[in-house]
Design a protein. Sequence first.
Length: 253
Amino acid sequence: MPDTPQPAIPAATLVLIRDRAGATPDLLMVERAKAMVFAGGALVFPGGRIDPGDDALAARLSPDADDGAARIAAIRETIEEAGVPVGLAPAPGAEALAAIRAGLHAGERFGALLDAHGLAVDLDALTYFARWLPAHAHMRIFDTRFYLARWPDGAAEPVVDDTENVRLLWASAAEVLDECAAGRAHVIFPTRRNLERLAQYADYAHAVADALAHPPRTITPWSEERDGVPHLCIPDGLGYPVTSERLTGAMRG
């Protein structure tokens, strides 16, 4: 019988962009612990699976329940993993943010924590950027929506959670790609393609304009031979400057 992909897990991730004067913007990335089953040791954007609490909160706040839950998950995961209060209104103080982050790590519902501190989520602070849905057999598959967000004014520097992730860094997309080329870091296939796309942008506004010019379509990479060499490919016309990679060099995700 042919291999059948496992059911996809809904997930969301956040590309947090911090503009720099006279230079391309920084992106916030985290390094996954090597022991993690998914993308162990890789650099990724903050994010994770959408949980039932995200769905419940989205049902209250958004006419598009799936998109709303993904935006909420991206905001929640960024707080959990990096302690950055993106997409919260009003901006919480350090004490409230620490309490919310501690509550999330303890398994408390995000909606209840926001209510306790008089906060709301601002779903419009995020811009829908991409959606990736790989299709492999015998591997965990995530149906992941990527969002862009601007670094919040006055926010304290992010701090890694030291659970799923062991390090975080600010770097431009080109700098991360250079680190990967030198063998000092590695990324999975969707992250590499998104970094190549993000490397084109001069600032946050440029990134948002391009995202709006290329409404996301679900991307499912496929394998095909090109000049006799197996490649992992994605469609053209979605804003990505590189649409294939030799299969032998690709770290699938």
